[in-house]
Design a protein around this ligand. Structure first.
Ligand code: NAD
Length: 404
């Protein structure tokens, strides 16, 4: 069976690598010719653990191209293109353009939308093209994407055409995950409701962190731990910090909130989660300045630049936002990140010690495990904004009472 993957970002490339490993003949298409050249030279254009190895191992099952005509004899196609934010609304142009290119260049009409799209998108594709796509949203997390694709917690398949639904259900049958077969609209909304729920959980615990910072004896990290043992709550995404970032939660919460408002239904909880999140970085800078005075002119080492551990994805990164805001207010900022080694506008250094040495402040801003075992003796003040350090190691910690 020949499978086409359209859009070779974090989702498309991982899907391509995993399906090639399952023995499918996979052809990946992207409009970014630099990306295709990189892939054809045996390298990968992004950082995602395990992908390079899978691509290498399965090179004989894989091809990469900018030509949609290479999908002419595909049996099934996954559309994995970007669906970014445009002025607070989802931009579906890439999705529609991908469908139009598939229809012009390929006979294949068994097509799944893996990109995150608002309810009604599959129907719009039908209106525009006469094709009923299947909705098969993706739930992987960057940093663990290969494992998440091999072992998803569920497979969601929405659609109208029974034959197409079973083609995609069969492709994912090897995972053994429960399959929810439903309408396109429910499948599309399951993805948004899931992401919005997780984002809300993060904002919820960040508000509890704000409260803990006012109460002597309270530590949000312990409060979250105590809450998380309750299976109904669960410990996941219950970690106070700088807020949610990355390429999904910020744009997806915004997209579903504005989609709902356009349909006459305000999603107040999600709107609040977005609002709480939007002030996290500033609130933390204010807290540091309240305790230690103005940061202008101070040497600040920021540990972490990506939005989380084990990725090079900078989209909506709270660490990047923190480093940028600190620079804006006049701090002399250096950043160390285990994965990212360069960035425009921000001074990224090679080693953690280069960053920490002689700094007035070292701020832990993402949860990389490497930061747990560093020697912090060469910094004046250690600040843990992700709650990863053991008690008292940091001078200031997220969600812990601060008497100043
Ligand atoms: P990405 O930006 O990393 O990659 C998208 C790719 O699509 C790019 O390489 C781009 O060049 C290509 N592209 C754009 N238009 C195209 C076209 N017409 N034809 C062919 N290629 C085209 O995006 P991503 O992070 O892989 O996300 C893709 C989708 O999956 C988005 O809707 C996203 O919300 C969703 N998603 C992402 C994640 C994640 O963790 N990154 C997880 C779940 C779902």
């Amino acid at each position: 069976m020949k499978i086409g993957i359209v859009g070779l970002g974090y989702v498309g490339l991982v899907t391509a690598a995993v399906l090639a490993d399952r023995g499918y003949e996979v052809c990946g298409i992207d409009i970014d010719s630099a990306k295709i050249s990189t892939l054809n030279s045996g390298s990968i254009p992004l950082f995602e653990p395990g992908v390079q190895e899978l691509l290498k191992k399965n090179a004989s099952n894989l091809s990469f191209s900018t030509y949609y005509s290479d999908l002419k004899d595909a049996d099934a196609i996954f559309v994995c293109v970007a669906t970014p934010d445009r002025n607070g609304e989802i931009n579906l142009d890439y999705v529609f353009s991908a469908f139009s290119s598939i229809i012009t260049n390929s006979q294949c009409r068994t097509i799944a939308i893996k990109s995150t799209v608002i309810p009604g998108t599959a129907s719009k594709v039908f209106e525009k093209t006469g094709i009923h796509p299947v909705s098969n949203p993706e739930f992987l997390s960057e940093g663990t994407a290969v494992n998440d694709t091999l072992h998803p917690e569920r497979v969601i398949i929405g659609g109208i055409d029974e034959r197409d639904i079973s083609v995609f259900a069969d492709i994912w049958a090897f995972t053994g995950a429960p399959v929810v077969k439903t309408t396109n609209e429910s499948a599309e909304l399951i993805k948004y409701a899931s992401n919005a729920f997780l984002a809300t959980k993060i904002s919820f615990i960040n508000e509890i962190a704000n409260l803990c910072e006012k109460i002597p004896g309270c530590d949000v990290n312990v409060v979250a731990k105590g809450m998380g043992y309750d299976k109904r709550i669960s410990p996941y995404f219950l970690k106070a910090g700088l807020g949610f970032g990355g390429s999904c939660f910020p744009k997806d919460t915004q997209a579903i909130a504005s989609y709902a408002a356009r349909n006459g239904e305000r999603l107040r909880i999600i709107e609040s989660a977005i609002e709480v999140n939007s002030i996290r970085v500033l609130k933390n800078i204010e807290r540091i300045e309240r305790k230690y005075g103005k940061l202008a002119g101070k040497k600040v080492c920021v540990l972490g630049l990506a939005f989380k551990d084990n990725t090079d994805d900078l989209r909506y990164s709270k660490s990047w936002e923190l480093a940028s805001k600190l620079s804006e207010i006049g701090a002399k900022v250096k950043v160390y990140d285990p994965v990212i080694k360069a960035s425009t506008d921000i001074d990224v250094v090679e080693t953690p010690q280069e960053c920490i040495k002689n700094s007035d402040f070292t701020i832990v801003s993402n949860e990389s495990k490497e930061f747990l075992n560093l020697d912090y003796s060469a910094t004046n003040i250690l600040i843990d904004l992700r709650g990863i350090m053991e008690n008292n190691q940091a001078d200031l910690k997220v969600g812990v009472f601060d008497k100043n």
